[in-house]
Design a protein. Structure first.
Length: 264
């Protein structure tokens, strides 16, 4: 454990860093530094990654690249952190190290729920109403704006913010007033469509893609406005679970992204 803590501090230097170490066997937080304790709460040590993810305070889950470091953005109580994820070994204990540096507040977008704390509770409320019989089947859509890493790298974060806001305005123009549009991460969003079938949502998302295509033709930007998304109709009790819905949606979004890459 000491070796992993020293590694985290060496990687981050003097930055006010967020550090969490997770025991890979138990999937529980084994260590959190002062910044992590202040951010996640004093009871975070000993909690499971699943419980943290379900609370949506910090999306601790990270993709792995054959044991190498993996970097990604994550929202921690409204603050964005650049997280570095390492797999390491201390004695017989395989560990996962999450070390991050805060780089600012999540930009508010007019008319949207913001921060990762909003989307999941809204989904949970819809699920509760469905299970109690007070709501009919509904649909959910996970949206990921394509190419944001390239936009930010080439043009800067201010241009990236404008790119995101343009796309969200197009989405807002196509959905109904009763639909729920929440921001989950920098370029990821969750849309909840009460009393709406898959086919209707599919048509709405097709309209959004068409409007983005028109905008791309009109503005002739270096970086196109484009989205990948996954749609799921929740019509059975088996599907009506946050974990099931979100994992299915994200897999559908990843599949759409992969299909686009193959066509290039």
């Amino acid at each position: 454990m000491t070796d992993a803590i020293e590694l985290a501090n060496a990687l981050l230097g003097d930055f006010p860093a967020f550090i969490c170490i997770v025991d890979e066997t138990s999937k529980k937080v084994a260590y959190a530094n002062k910044t992590a304790l202040e951010t996640l709460g004093g009871d975070v040590v000993g909690r499971s990654v699943e419980s943290i993810n379900n609370g949506n305070t910090l999306m601790l889950s990270a993709g792995e690249k054959s044991g190498k470091a993996y970097e990604y953005n994550s929202c921690v109580n409204g603050d964005w952190h650049w997280i570095t994820h390492y797999r390491c070994q201390t004695g017989d204990a395989p560990l996962q190290l999450f070390a991050g540096v805060c780089h600012g507040k999540l930009q508010n977008i007019e008319g949207l729920d913001t921060e990762s704390t909003c989307a999941i509770p809204r989904l949970e409320k819809q699920i509760t109403e469905f299970k109690s019989g007070t709501a009919v089947p509904f649909s959910v859509c996970h949206v990921d704006i394509d190419g944001m890493a390239a936009v930010n790298e080439a043009l800067g974060s201010s241009a990236g913010d404008r790119h995101i806001e343009t796309v969200t305005q197009v989405i807002k123009s196509a959905i109904r007033q009763t639909d729920i549009f929440s921001r989950m991460e920098a370029d990821e969003f969750l849309l909840i469509f009460p009393k709406c079938s898959y086919s209707i949502v599919d048509t709405i998302m097709g309209t959004i893609v068409s409007r983005l295509d028109v905008l791309n033709a009109e503005e002739n930007n270096v970086w196109d406005y484009a989205i990948s998304y996954g749609i799921l109709e929740v019509g059975t009790l088996e599907l009506a679970e946050v974990e099931t819905i979100m994992s299915t949606l994200k897999q559908l979004t990843r599949s759409m992204k992969d299909e686009k890459k193959l066509k290039r």
